[in-house]
Design a protein around this ligand. Structure first.
Ligand SMILES: Nc1nc2c(c(=O)[nH]1)N[C@@H](CN(C=O)c1ccc(C(=O)N[C@@H](CCC(=O)O)C(=O)O)cc1)CN2
Length: 303
C-alpha cells in the first residue's frame, strides 16, 4: 500500500506569507499605510511566549507595523481592558490579538468582546462568529487556525470540496465550530464529532476529510482513518520522549501519525503542518482588516 502524501504546512505557509508581503508592499506604495498588528501577551506561559514572538517576527517580515505588549501575569482585568480600548482607538493599529489562554483571574470573553470587530484578527468576537456562522464569510474575519486548515485542504484536493464527507473531531469555539462552518460553506457534508460521539472510530472511518482538533495526544488511531482520506491534524501536544534523553519531550498531534500514514491519502505532520498556517493566516487577516478600515476594495481571497 503506498504511503500517504505528507502535506508541508511550513512550505505552504511560506507561500502565503510571501503573497502577503507583496500585497503589503503594494498597499504602502499606493496609500502610504503599513498594516499595523498589536499582540497582547499576559503572563509568562513559555509556549505563548514562543507563539507571540513568532507572530511579531512574521508581521515584521511581511513589512507590517508590529507592536508587542507583554504584561505580567498579575495584571488586573481592568488594565487589560484599558489597553484593548487604547488599541481600538489607535489609527496605526488595524489588527488586535490577545494571546490565549489568559490568566484565570481575567474573563477571556469580556476581553475578546471589547476588541472592535473590524480589528479582531483572531475572529473570536461574536460579530465575526455570527457572520461566519450565517454564511457571510466574505465580510467576517475568520479564525486563523480553521482558515489555515482550509487553505491546506484546497492546496491538497483542489478548490472544490463540494460533496466531500468531512468529520471535524472537536467542538471548540476556536477550531471545531468555525472549521465546521467553513466546510459547510464549501458544500461539504459535515459532522462534528466529540468525546460523547457514539462509535467514534466508525464515524471517522466514513470521512473523506478528517480534521482532528481534540487536544489529546494520538487519540485518533491510524486504523480509524478511511483508505485515501485527507487528514488535517490540529493537535499540538507535548509528550515525554525518554528515547531522546532524560527529561526530553517531543510534539505529537491528535492522530497516531505513523499508523495513519498507511491509511490516509494525505496527512499533515506535527510539527510543520497546521501550526505555521495559523501564523500565516494572521498576516492575511491583518492585511484584510487594514484594507477594510481604509475602505479599499477586497483583494482575491487566498482561501
Ligand atoms: N489569540 C490566540 N491564542 C491562541 C491561538 C490563536 O489562534 N489565537 N492558537 C493557539 C496557539 N497558536 C497561536 O497563537 C499557535 C500554536 C502553534 C503554532 C506553531 O507554529 N506550532 C509549530 C510548533 C511550535 C513548537 O515547536 O512548539 C508547528 O506546529 O509546527 C503557531 C501558533 C492557542 N492560543
Amino acid at each position: 500500500m503506498p504511503e500517504a502524501q505528507i502535506i508541508d504546512g511550513k512550505a505552504i505557509a511560506e507561500t502565503v506569507r510571501e503573497e502577503i508581503t507583496r500585497r503589503a508592499a503594494a498597499l504602502l506604495e499606493t496609500s502610504g499605510v503599513r498594516p499595523g498588528l498589536a499582540v497582547v501577551l499576559v503572563g509568562e506561559d513559555p509556549a505563548s511566549q514562543v507563539y507571540v514572538r513568532n507572530k511579531d517576527r512574521a508581521a515584521e517580515a511581511c513589512g507590517f507595523h508590529s507592536l508587542k505588549h507583554t504584561l505580567p501575569a498579575e495584571t488586573s482585568e481592568a488594565d487589560v481592558l484599558s489597553l484593548v480600548d487604547k488599541l481600538n482607538n489607535d489609527p496605526d493599529i488595524h489588527g488586535i490579538l490577545v494571546q490565549l489562554p489568559l490568566p484565570g483571574h481575567i474573563d477571556e470573553s469580556k476581553v475578546l468582546r471589547l476588541i472592535r470587530p473590524e480589528k479582531d484578527v483572531d475572529g473570536f468576537h461574536p460579530v465575526n462568529v455570527g457572520l461566519l456562522t450565517a454564511g457571510e464569510r466574505a465580510s467576517a474575519l475568520v479564525p486563523c487556525t480553521p482558515a489555515g486548515c482550509l487553505v491546506l485542504l484546497k492546496r491538497t484536493l483542489g478548490d472544490t470540496l463540494a460533496g466531500q464527507n468531512a468529520v471535524v473531531v472537536g467542538r471548540s469555539n476556536i477550531v471545531g465550530k468555525p472549521m465546521a462552518s467553513l466546510l459547510l460553506q464549501e458544500s461539504c457534508t459535515v459532522t462534528i464529532a466529540h468525546s460523547r460521539t457514539r462509535n467514534l472510530p466508525d464515524v471517522v472511518r466514513a470521512a473523506d476529510i478528517v480534521v482532528a482538533a481534540v487536544g489529546r495526544p494520538q487519540i485518533i488511531g491510524g486504523d480509524w482513518i478511511g483508505q485515501g482520506a485527507t487528514v488535517i491534524d490540529v493537535g499540538i501536544n507535548r509528550i515525554p520522549a525518554p528515547e531522546r534523553g532524560e527529561g526530553k519531550s517531543r510534539l505529537v498531534g491528535d492522530v497516531a501519525f505513523e499508523e495513519a500514514l498507511e491509511h490516509a491519502g494525505a496527512i499533515t505532520p506535527v510539527p510543520g503542518g497546521v501550526g505555521p498556517m495559523t501564523i500565516a493566516m494572521l498576516m492575511v487577516n491583518t492585511l484584510t482588516a487594514a484594507r477594510r478600515l481604509l475602505n479599499l476594495q477586497e483583494e482575491d481571497p487566498l482561501f
